[in-house]
Design a binder for this molecule. Structure first.
Ligand SMILES: Nc1ncnc2c1ncn2[C@@H]1O[C@H](COP(=O)(O)OP(=O)(O)OP(=O)(O)O)[C@@H](O)[C@H]1O
Ligand code: SF4
Ligand SMILES: [Mg+2]
Length: 394
C-alpha cells in the first residue's frame, strides 16, 4: 500500500504513487501513523459513569527526517500540545504507532523509556513554570545527566559540561549557582533549552517556546534554536500560534483542526498556495508587507466556535465552519462533506490535504513573491495527479 505524509517533498516533480520513496534512506527519524490521544471523562453526579472521551488528537500521521523542522499550527484547543506530549510518551497514546529510528516506541516503559528521554526532549512554553524555583540553574541543567545515569558525563565533569552548555545557549557560566527567579524570561527559556539538549537528543518538541516572550527576545531564542539544530542535527516539532514564526523556522508545516491534520506541505508551498479551506482562513489573517497586496486580499473569517472535541461533527469535522461548504458548494457536494470523512491525501508533490474539494488560493497567500511558480506547479499537479485507490493508506 502506498505510504503517506513523507518528509522531504520534491517540488517540481509529479506526485508519485509511493511518496515514501522521496525520503532518503536512513534520514527518516520519526514516523507517526494514526496517532490518537483520547482523554476519558466521567459523568458528574452520585453514580459516576464513563462519558464520551475528549478526542484531543484523533488520528494524525506524518514523517519527520533527521534535522528537519515540522511546524504544527492551528487554533487553541486543536490538540497541538497533546500531540507533542503523546509523541514523547509523556501521555500514553490511545491508538496508533510511533516509530523512532525504525523502532516501534509506542507505549515503551521503564529503562526503554528512560533511554528514550535522552533521544527526545521537550521545550515548554512557560520557562518559569517548567523550572523548579528551589533548584539552582546548575542542578536544573545537570539533572538529565543524573536521571539518565549517563556514562557520557560523570561527577565533577557534570559541572564543566553544564557550564559549557550554559555558554553555548548564551548564559553566563558563572551564574551556575543562581536560581530561576534571578533570570529574565528569555534567559529562563535558554535554561530550558540547555536542559533539553543536555543529552544531545535527536528530536525536540518545542511547545510554543517563544509565545511567552517579548517580540525582541523571540527572535533571539528562535535564532538560538536554529543554530543548535544546525550544530547537533536535531529534528524539531515546533508548535506555535504565530504563523510568521512558524514560517521562519519550519521546513514543512502541518495544520491541525479538532485533533486532525487538515493540510501538510513544504513551508513555502503552504504559505504561497494553501489548498484547504481552513488553511485559507488562517493564511488570510497573516499580514503581508506590501500594502497594495494587503488591501486586495480577502480576509476569511471563520464563523462560530470550535466544536467540542467530545462530539466532533460528522464527515469532515470542519464542515460546520467551512466557508466553502457554506457559500460555494452544491447541495450534493455538501452532502459528501457531511457524510464522508476526507482522508489526508496527496494532492500534489509533497502536498497533502484532507478536503473533498481542495483549491489553491494564492490570492490570499501569506508568502510574498514565492507564490507564482509554486502555484503553477501545484495547479498543474492537481489536474494531473492520479492517486491510486483514492487514498494513500492513512
Ligand atoms: N488532561 C486532559 N483531560 C481532558 N481534556 C484535555 C486534557 N488535556 C487537554 N485536553 C483537551 O484536549 C483538547 C486539546 O488540548 P491541547 O492543549 O492539546 O490544545 P492546543 O492546540 O495545544 O491548545 P493551545 O493552543 O491553547 O495550547 C482541548 O479540548 C483540551 O481541553
Ligand atoms: S471537505 Fe467540504 S467541508 Fe471539509 S474542508 Fe473541504 S469543502 Fe470544506
Ligand atoms: Mg498548547
Amino acid at each position: 500500500m502506498a505510504d503517506p505524509v513523507t518528509s522531504t517533498p520534491n517540488p517540481g516533480s509529479a506526485p508519485t504513487a509511493d511518496p515514501a520513496g522521496t525520503t532518503a534512506d536512513g534520514d527518516l527519524l520519526l514516523r507517526v501513523r494514526g496517532l490518537k490521544k483520547h482523554f476519558p471523562l466521567k459523568t458528574q453526579g452520585l453514580i459516576r459513569r464513563m462519558a464520551d472521551p475528549v478526542k484531543a488528537v484523533d488520528g494524525i500521521s506524518f514523517d519527520l527526517n533527521a534535522g528537519e523542522t515540522l511546524g504544527l499550527v492551528g487554533e487553541s484547543g486543536c490538540g497541538k500540545s497533546t500531540a507533542g506530549r503523546t509523541l514523547l510518551q509523556l501521555l500514553e497514546p490511545t491508538a496508533g504507532t510511533i516509530t523512532f529510528e525504525g523502532r516501534d516506541i509506542t507505549g515503551v516503559h521503564g529503562d526503554d523509556l528512560r533511554h528514550l528521554r535522552s533521544e527526545m526532549q521537550m521545550v515548554f512554553q512557560d520557562p518559569y513554570g517548567s523550572l523548579n524555583p528551589r533548584h539552582t540553574i546548575g542542578s536544573i541543567i545537570g539533572a538529565p545527566y543524573m536521571i539518565a545515569k549517563t556514562k557520557m558525563v560523570k561527577g565533577d565533569s557534570i559541572k564543566g559540561e553544564v557550564q559549557s552548555l550554559m555558554e553555548r545557549v548564551g548564559l553566563n557560566p558563572e551564574h551556575y549557582n543562581r536560581y530561576p527567579h534571578e533570570f529574565s524570561g528569555g534567559q529562563r527559556q535558554r535554561i530550558g533549552i540547555a536542559r533539553a539538549i543536555a543529552l544531545r537528543p535527536k528530536l525536540l518538541v518545542c511547545d510554543e517556546p517563544v509565545s511567552a516572550l517579548d517580540v525582541s527576545i523571540q527572535a533571539q531564542v528562535v535564532n538560538l534554536l536554529e543554530d543548535l539544530q544546525a550544530e547537533y542535527n536535531m529534528a524539531y516539532v515546533f508548535v506555535a500560534h504565530d504563523l510568521s514564526v512558524v514560517r521562519h523556522i519550519s521546513d514543512r508545516v502541518a495544520v491541525m483542526y479538532l485533533g486532525k491534520i487538515m493540510e501538510l506541505a513544504d513551508r513555502d508551498v503552504l504559505y504561497a498556495a494553501p489548498m484547504h479551506p481552513y488553511t485559507h482562513a488562517l493564511m488570510s489573517a497573516v499580514p503581508v508587507p506590501d500594502p497594495r497586496k494587503e488591501t486586495r486580499r480577502e480576509r476569511i473569517l471563520l464563523i462560530g466556535d470550535l466544536p467540542s472535541p467530545i462530539n466532533p461533527p460528522s464527515g469532515c469535522v470542519f464542515h460546520t465552519r467551512c466557508p466553502k461548504y457554506r457559500e460555494v458548494l452544491s447541495e450534493n457536494d455538501k452532502q459528501r462533506c457531511v457524510t464522508e470523512f476526507p482522508e489526508l491525501e496527496l494532492k500534489a508533490a509533497g502536498h497533502f490535504a484532507a478536503c473533498h474539494f481542495p483549491e489553491v488560493r494564492s490570492d490570499i497567500a501569506a508568502a510574498e513573491g514565492a507564490g507564482v511558480v509554486v502555484e503553477q506547479q501545484i495547479a498543474t499537479a492537481i489536474e494531473s495527479v492520479a492517486v491510486p485507490d483514492g487514498t494513500l493508506g492513512l
